[in-house]
Design a protein around this ligand. Structure first.
Ligand code: PLP
Ligand code: LYS
Length: 455
């Protein structure tokens, strides 16, 4: 298999999700790798490692591609909502809002981050299969769109919304019964999923909502899964959703919005071949238009919720290589100063990544190594049987496409502090997340008085 070098000239710069590296990847005169005009080895020196890096231009380009493609291919109104579970922070909320996107949130933490980052509440959609009362109160008070996932949501909201006051804006999530090819853990559209109402329940929910005082059903939502390369499941989804829209409208609900969720995949390794953002939007827009026209339905406001394809390839992580263990005839381990606590995807989903030595990206890869993390877990491996040039302790390794579901899924396993994060662009770098210190990890520990030795 050809190795697609992440900084090759044939990068498809217009569609970041088809590139392994950020679109600003470049080499300096000594053939060392830079991103956003910043030399990666200098960033490692300045901020320490492990270090999450976010490339501003790649992130903005992805947002613009969604916005532009929706305007170009969908004749009705549309808005892409960034799925902030992929990576939630003030800076990302701020950037996606400035690009005219909304945000999808699933907790008070993600909601407050979106609001404080500058996202307008009318452009926020609140999800969750087990929302707490305080989450629902916060969502209602901030007038964000609440996605009803189950009867428990309905029962709680009925008590929360004060009688005679502003109605809650509601969407209804259902499981469309669509299978897609992705990891078992990140499929959500199949009938036995924990998310959303069963399609058979829809009619009775529509009837239940006919005369309620406290909420207005404004649309429908479904999401089939994540890291998907095929477009057929989303075409099928458009059809299933248009049919549900027709049922709901016949039963008297205006249902002006259709939210098709996220799911577009990105290229982690050379053999990954996702459609571009623009091609994906073209297909889903056409499918929604066709499905609505066939049923003589007015076009709804079209929403989608991309997470990974917005932020995945905008991010990379720098590590320092430390110890080397050679097991003759078996394998060579290179251990780095992070691992499953900053990137739990390989151990969770057997996900594969691409990487290089940032100061030697073009040197011939002459050994096969396993890049291990530093945690007390044999499965803590970031890259298996990966080709790299001979390295030394202290060399900086860059792992690409870590912008999505890395920081947001990070942990403090083994009481390892979380890495710092920076943003780069136009040759400048700025801190966006402070590095945790070991002392920070004691912040919430309590040693009750009776355990403290009395002097
Ligand atoms: C409801 C919902 N919307 C959007 C997303 C974002 O998906 P992705 O990051 O694959 O675009 C997810 C995650 O799978 C989700 O559960
Ligand atoms: N966390 C998953 C994606 C799940 C998306 C949320 N429904 C991943 O890392 O691939």
């Amino acid at each position: 298999m050809a190795i697609l070098r992440p900084f090759e000239k044939d990068q498809d710069k217009s569609s970041p999700n088809r590139n392994i590296a950020p679109i600003t990847a470049a080499l300096d005169s000594q053939e060392r790798l830079s991103i956003g005009g910043c030399l990666l080895s200098s960033l490692a020196e300045k901020y320490g490692t492990p270090l999450y890096i976010l490339d501003e231009l790649t992130l903005r380009t992805s947002c613009r591609e969604y916005k532009d493609a929706l305007s170009k291919y969908y004749p009705g109104d549309s808005i892409p909502l960034y799925a902030s579970k992929a990576n939630s922070s003030l800076i990302i909320s701020n950037i996606v809002a400035s690009e005219g996107m909304g945000v999808d949130v699933v907790s008070e933490g993600e909601l407050i981050t979106a609001l404080k980052g500058g996202v307008e509440s009318s452009n926020i959609v609140f999800h969750g299969n087990n929302k707490s009362k305080s989450e629902l109160i916060m969502a209602y008070k901030n007038d964000v769109i609440i996605v009803l996932d189950n009867q428990y949501d309905i029962d709680q909201l009925r008590e929360i919304v004060p009688f005679g006051k502003r109605k809650a804006k509601l969407m209804l999530r259902f499981t469309p019964g669509i299978e897609c090819h992705t990891h078992e853990y990140i499929k959500t559209g199949h009938i036995d999923s924990k998310f959303g109402f069963d399609p058979d329940e829809l009619e009775s929910i529509f009837l239940q909502f006919k005369d309620i005082e406290w909420g207005e059903l404004i649309g429908l939502h479904a999401h089939i899964g994540s890291q998907i390369f095929e477009v057929q499941p989303h075409k099928d989804l458009a059809d299933v959703m248009a049919s549900a829209l027709q049922t709901g409208r016949k039963l008297g609900h205006s249902l002006n919005a259709l939210n098709l969720g996220g799911g577009l995949g990105i290229r982690y390794i050379a053999s990954d071949d996702p459609p571009s953002i623009s091609d994906w939007v073209e297909v889903i827009a056409a499918a929604v238009v066709k499905a609505c026209r066939e049923r003589s339905l007015d076009l709804p406001l079209l929403m989608c919720e991309p997470g990974r394809s917005i932020v995945g390839s905008a991010g990379l992580t720098l590590y320092k290589i430390g110890s080397r263990k050679e097991i003759p005839g078996i394998k060579t381990y290179l251990s780095v100063d992070g691992g499953m606590s900053d990137n739990p995807r390989p151990i969770t989903y057997q996900s594969e990544y691409s990487a290089c030595l940032v100061d030697k990206p073009l040197i011939r890869a002459d050994e096969v190594v396993t890049i291990a993390g530093k945690h007390c877990e044999s499965g803590d491996v970031l890259l298996k049987d990966f080709r790299l040039p001979r390295s030394n302790s202290g060399d900086v390794l860059g792992v690409f496409s870590t912008g999505a579901y890395n920081f947001s899924m990070s942990s403090n396993y083994n009481r390892i502090p979380k890495p710092a994060a920076i943003i780069v662009g136009n040759g400048e770098s700025e801190l966006i997340q402070k590095r945790e210190l070991p002392e920070d990890l004691l912040r919430n520990d309590i040693l009750p008085d009776r355990f403290i030795a009395k002097g």
